[in-house]
Design a protein around this ligand. Structure first.
Ligand code: SF4
Ligand code: SF4
Ligand code: SF4
Length: 294
C-alpha cells in the first residue's frame, strides 16, 4: 500500500517534534556596540526654528532634485517627508500647547535592522559606523524598508534604475575634509555633528545646564541598542514621532529566533529526512509482495 497522508503527517509531526526536542538551543544574539569614532548628529528641539536650511544644504550636498509642492499657488521645495529625493526633512510638532520642529534622517543605528535583513549586504556598516548603501549589491527587495523602525530607507520609484535612498552622513564629502552639510549650515546649533562620544557629552552638558528645558533624557543613547543620531526634546519623544523602542537592538530578537530555527540546519535536515522516509516507504510498498505494516 502507499503511505497515507495521515502517515506522512505523523512522520512530519515526529520530525518537527524531534527538531523541537533536539538539544540545540538558540543562542541569544549579542548586541553590536557603537564604536568610539562613530560619526553622528545631535538634534535639539529647543534650538530649531524650522528654517529648513539643513534640508536645502542636504539636497545640494547630495545632488538631489527639489521636492516641489504648491503652496498658495506657488511652487516651494518643501518635502513633507523623507522620499526618493529627500534624505532629511524638518517637520512641525505640537504637544501640550507647545509647538516646534524636528529633523528626521537615518539614525545610523549601532545595530541596524536594515542591514540585518539585507541578504546581499547592500546596506552595511562602513567606516565610522555609517550605515551605507552599495547599489551594486542591491536586488531591490526592499526588505530594509520593512525592517527599519524609523521608516527611513526610501525607494526611487520615479527612476528607471531605482536605488534605495537614505542619509549616509555625507561620507562622500569626507575626502574634502567636510562633514555633514546639514550640521554645517544650521544657524542655531540645533543639529551638530561629531563622534558619538562627543555628541553624548554635549547632550549631557545641555541637559545639566538647563534641566527644565528638556524632557525624556537622550533619545538614542541606549534606545534601540543605541543610535549615532541623538535627540534632545522639550516635550519627550512621542510628539516628535520617534518610536518608543526598548534598549534591545531591533535585529536581536529576529536573528535569535532565525538562528534558533536554522542553527546547524537541524529543522531542514530533519524535514528532508522525513520526506526521504515517506518516499522510501512509498517506493518500497509499490514493489510487489511487500506490504507496509502501518
Ligand atoms: S537649519 Fe537648524 S534651525 Fe534651521 S530647520 Fe535645520 S535644524 Fe532647525
Ligand atoms: S534608522 Fe533605519 S535605515 Fe537608518 S540605520 Fe537604523 S534601521 Fe537602518
Ligand atoms: S548628514 Fe548629509 S545626508 Fe545626512 S541629513 Fe545631513 S546633509 Fe543630509
Amino acid at each position: 500500500m502507499t503511505v497515507s497522508r495521515r502517515h506522512a503527517l505523523k512522520v512530519l509531526g515526529s520530525a518537527a517534534f524531534a527538531a523541537a526536542a533536539a538539544p540545540v538551543m538558540a543562542e541569544a544574539r549579542s548586541a553590536r556596540p557603537s564604536g568610539p569614532d562613530d560619526l553622528g548628529l545631535l538634534f535639539d528641539t529647543t534650538r530649531c526654528v524650522g528654517c529648513r536650511a539643513c534640508v536645502t544644504a542636504c539636497r545640494e550636498a547630495n545632488k538631489k532634485p527639489a521636492d516641489v509642492v504648491m503652496i498658495g499657488g506657488a511652487p516651494y521645495d518643501a518635502p513633507l517627508d523623507l522620499n526618493g529625493s529627500t534624505l532629511t526633512v524638518v517637520k512641525a510638532w505640537t504637544a501640550g500647547g507647545r509647538s516646534g520642529y524636528v529633523k528626521a534622517q537615518c539614525m545610523h543605528c549601532a545595530d541596524p535592522a536594515c542591514a540585518s535583513v539585507c541578504m546581499m549586504g547592500a546596506l552595511h556598516k562602513g567606516p565610522r559606523g555609517v550605515v551605507q548603501y552599495d547599489v551594486d549589491r542591491c536586488v531591490g527587495c526592499r526588505n530594509c524598508q520593512i525592517a527599519c523602525p524609523f521608516n527611513v530607507p526610501k525607494f526611487e520609484w520615479g527612476s528607471n534604475t531605482p536605488q534605495i535612498v537614505k542619509c549616509e552622513l555625507c561620507r562622500h564629502r569626507w575626502a574634502e575634509g567636510k562633514g555633514p552639510a546639514c550640521a554645517e549650515v544650521c544657524p542655531r546649533g540645533a543639529v551638530v555633528s561629531g563622534s558619538r562620544p562627543q555628541l553624548l557629552a554635549e547632550a549631557r552638558r545641555r541637559l545639566a545646564a538647563t534641566p527644565d528645558a528638556y524632557q525624556g533624557g537622550i533619545y538614542g543613547a541606549t534606545t534601540g541598542g543605541g543610535t549615532a543620531c541623538l535627540y534632545l526634546s522639550a516635550v519627550g519623544f512621542g510628539p516628535l514621532g520617534l518610536p518608543g523602542l526598548s534598549d534591545e537592538p531591533v535585529p536581536a530578537l529576529v536573528e535569535t529566533v532565525q538562528h534558533g530555527i536554522y542553527q546547524g540546519a537541524v529543522i531542514p535536515l530533519v524535514l528532508f529526512g522525513a520526506f526521504a522516509a515517506v518516499t522510501w516507504k512509498n517506493h518500497r510498498s509499490a514493489r510487489p509482495g511487500q506490504e507496509d505494516e502501518s
